[in-house]
Each structure stands twice: as structure tokens, then as C-alpha cells.
Design a protein around this ligand. Structure first.
Ligand SMILES: Nc1ncnc2c1ncn2[C@@H]1O[C@H](COP(=O)(O)OP(=O)(O)O)[C@@H](O)[C@H]1O
Ligand SMILES: [Mg+2]
Length: 229
């Protein structure tokens, strides 16, 4: 039997209501196996980010169910969902979403504090995480004193802070130069080899080629899937 870590069952997402309503996802079903690397592809505005946000428990479907390790996260309270998400899911946003008034280290530590770690432990763990992404020397920098690639690495360190099983990333190469992109690909491959489950929304063929499955989204639906050999 496949070990399914994340299962989206008949999920529909409607934003807004009345004449302004947008049906961003329409009855989407997708299962993610533990350790898999999935690329989600499709044109802009067709529901990819919405799907990723539902998978990460950042938003709730209008209809349907989302199971994370067999528990239905659509039934959890906000507080229980936040706790579960905090240690099972790491999310890297398209524009990284670092807190601008916190240093790189504090941005990573914030995730550790939310995970329940106290402050004297979070400092060394945060530095270790930054060191793993090659940024220990920039620990004291604020986000605006970091390049796009460096900000992304802080965001990855933050997402990995509580050692989640699943890492979700939204268009990770959109704002990177080619050196930063190559570095990211290397990092993703290492995470995959280390057993992390990766779900990555991407337009980038180099990223999609490394994934085991490519899922195509169009008009809020999954319209096809290819497997890499
Ligand atoms: N918070 C929101 N409120 C209202 N509409 C939204 C919101 N987020 C996304 N949408 C709409 O949902 C559709 C899908 O958006 P999105 O999931 O961001 O697509 P993609 O990531 O593929 O570009 C688009 O029509 C978008 O305008
Ligand atoms: Mg998007």
C-alpha cells in the first residue's frame, strides 16, 4: 500500500460570493505519497497557488476534504491546525514573506518559537539552520539587506525549522538568477534524497524535470499528469 502523506479529496475553493465569486479550484483530487517530489504546473491564474495553500492548511476548501497523515485538517480548529501545520508542513512563499523588521536569524527563530522552543535553544538551532543553507554569516542581516536568493534561503531555513515531513514551495525560481537557481535545485535534490516530500509549483522546466510527477492544472482542475522515469 502506498504511504499517502497528503490527500486532497474533491476540493473546491470559491473566493468571494455573489457575482464577484471566483471558483479557483473545482473538485480537485490529488494524493501525495511520502517522499515524493511533485511539480504542479499550469498557466497563471489557474489555481496553482490556491491548491498549494489548501494542501498546506493555510486556507480551507469551500467543499471537500484535506487529509494530512490521515487526519482531516478541514475539521480542525484554527489553533489545532496551526500546531499541526507548524511541525508537519513547511511553506515557502513565492515572495518569501520574511518579516522585514526581524533579522534572518530571528525570522527562522520565529518558526521555532511558534513550534514551542524556548529562546536560548532557538538561537543555536536557528544558526544551525542558516548554516545549512550557507547563510550563517548573514544571520544578523535584515531581509532588505539580502539578495532574492539569500531571502529565499532564509525562507527555506524557516520552512525546515521544525523538521516538517512536507515542503511546499510556490514558484521558487521566479525571482532568482541562474546561479541561485542552480543552488536551489541542488538543495531541493538533497532534501528529496533526505526523505522530504516536495510539492513545488513551478513554470521552470529544470525544476519540473527533477520531479517524479508533474501535475498540470488548468481552469481550477487537474487536467493531466506525467511521470518522470
Ligand atoms: N484571495 C483571493 N481572493 C479572491 N480571488 C482570488 C484570491 N486568490 C486567488 N484568487 C483568484 O483565484 C484564481 C486562481 O488564483 P491562483 O490560485 O493564485 O492561481 P495561480 O497560482 O495558478 O496563478 C484567480 O482567478 C485569482 O484571481
Ligand atoms: Mg500562483
Amino acid at each position: 500500500m502506498a504511504d499517502v502523506v497528503l490527500s486532497i479529496e474533491n476540493a473546491t475553493k470559491v473566493y468571494g460570493s455573489g457575482p464577484a465569486a471566483t471558483e479557483a479550484l473545482k473538485d480537485v483530487t490529488l494524493q501525495v505519497e511520502r517522499g515524493e517530489w511533485i511539480a504542479i504546473m499550469g498557466p497563471s491564474g489557474h489555481g496553482k497557488s490556491t491548491l498549494l495553500q489548501l494542501m498546506g492548511g493555510l486556507d480551507r476548501p469551500t467543499k471537500g476534504n484535506i487529509y494530512l497523515d490521515k487526519s482531516d485538517i478541514t475539521r480542525l480548529s484554527q489553533g489545532d491546525l496551526a500546531r499541526l501545520r507548524g511541525h508537519k508542513i513547511g511553506f515557502v512563499f513565492q515572495f518569501f514573506n520574511l518579516l522585514p523588521h526581524l533579522t534572518a536569524l530571528e525570522n527562522v527563530e520565529m518558526a521555532l518559537w511558534l513550534g514551542g522552543m524556548d529562546k536560548h535553544l532557538s538561537r543555536s538551532r536557528g544558526l544551525h539552520l542558516l548554516d545549512q543553507v550557507g547563510l550563517a554569516k548573514k544571520a544578523g542581516n535584515f531581509p532588505n539587506a539580502l539578495s532574492g536568493g539569500q531571502q529565499q534561503r532564509v525562507a527555506i531555513a524557516r520552512a525546515l525549522a521544525n523538521d516538517p515531513d512536507v515542503l511546499l514551495m510556490d514558484e521558487p525560481t521566479g525571482n532568482l538568477d541562474s546561479a541561485a537557481e542552480a543552488d536551489l535545485l541542488e538543495r531541493l535534490s538533497m532534501l528529496h534524497e533526505g526523505g522530504k516530500t516536495l510539492v513545488i509549483v513551478t513554470h521552470n522546466p529544470a525544476v519540473a524535470d527533477r520531479a517524479q510527477r508533474r501535475v498540470r492544472v488548468r481552469d481550477g482542475r487537474i487536467v493531466g499528469e506525467t511521470n518522470n522515469a
